[in-house]
Ligand binder design. Sequence first.
Ligand code: BLA
Length: 509
Amino acid sequence: QAEAFAVDLSNCDREPIHILGIIQPFGFLVAITPDWMVARVSENIDQFTGMAAHDVLGQPLTHLLDREAIHTIRNRLTTLRGADAVERIFALPLLAGKPPFDVALHFAGREIVIEAEPAALEPIEATSVVRSMIGRLQQVEGLPAFLREGARQVRAITGFDRVMVYRFDAQESGEVVAESARHGIDSFLGLHYPASDIPAQARQLYLRNTFRVIADVGSTPVPLLPQRDPDGLLLDQSLSVLRAVSPIHIEYLHNMGVCASLSISIVVGGKLWGLFACHHYSPRLPSMAARSAAELFGQMFSLMLDARENAQAREYEARGRAVTDRLLATVAQDNDLLDNPQWLADVIGDAIPADGIGVHVRGQTSLVGLTPNDDQFDSIVRLLNRVSSGQVFATETIAKMLPAAADHADVAAGMLAIPLSREPRDYIVLFRAERLREVRWGGKPEKEMVHGPNGPRLTPRKSFEAWAQLVKGTCQPFTPAERRVAEALRVGMLEVLVRLAETAGVERA
Ligand code: BLA
């Protein structure tokens, strides 16, 4: 039997999910030593080969598999050259007189791992499939449409009922930012989940191995035999395509009413940007070729997303610079505009998205949009005089420094303050409302479910509540790019004000 790690809600970020010693039953696994002796097999090997585990363990691989097949495997392994990757051979006749298998190969420590599942009846041409998928993506304009098209493409190739683009934020909680779903099921678009739904070690693993499928949430996992090798080591299943997953995650899927789950990592700039997360409401296993194509698509999609995000960041900063230039040129012409908060708010709100703007210039205060009231704003200005030291200052929770600010978190939870001068302290303050205000709970994806041993926490609605608790009183964070634009505005304004002061001095003299 597999050695159990007693996992519960409190320790699931420590569960060693890469060495659970179990696989899913849709294929079998053979691990061999460097001299091609069978070191471990999955207990279900007899169902696929007709030979029981004790017949083959400790025997040369030739005892189990056809010589021709072993030759093919050996050749393919040389192309791997010890790389941290998986090679695949489609429709390989592993056993004389039996139908062929789709085979995945990789190295795990000193062992060579061979995983096999019955070959697909209708093989697909992965390269041409992926090429046409990429072609469609290239035609799309704008990030939201790009993400939606990505989800649509993944649904087309996997046939899953629901495909979501799940994006991580800076705190590693996540949001469903795009979705393609079968007609007639509720939408998950816009839903948020806390980081703990995908624990750290899983995210780490998903960076290294970018694809996984759980073909049947209700199936019974199959143990590896033996669990430990003569050195006492468990098999590292990080790259295994049959790897069975944590019972906690199985329960989560079960509580969601999901019967099959598949996810593909989206890796941008070496970081896990997000996942394509796919659900099916009956068991489902795309062929190994279709899975490889989906994995390759995920890699191409990630590269394209990286390029788009870079272009977008450059575009954003250029727009920020243009706004700064416009503002400075106009103020230089007509410095009375500095006393026109609506105008300031319009121009600056163009560069940095905000729900409201407060302006405190030359002793005058004006508030536009969703903001604290006058008294509350006064307290904020006093706070800024203490903390901002002439620099741009941003926080997603004003209440952290000014507890009374919790009272207006619903309309103004966080702020970015741009000081306009040193003495007296003038500021433009951009406010953002609490994130929860903007968040929709889309439909009612969770039917009433019977809860398993870990209780009701493992459901999307409870997850959402956990996330809501986490972000209560905070706004959407101000990004580094937004802070840079704000800083450019600050420096530019300071120049203009200095110049105005000089001209005024000359006129007076
Ligand atoms: C893994 N959790 C995952 C995965 C997803 C999610 C996508 C990747 C595995 C897969 O493809 O199924 C979470 N799935 C979601 C979310 C949505 C979704 C947020 O569809 C939103 C619509 N999970 C929990 C809690 C724990 C937990 C509380 O909710 C731990 C206490 C554990 N999740 C957990 C573990 C894995 C996981 C251990 C790793 C599974 C594996 O790869 O072995």
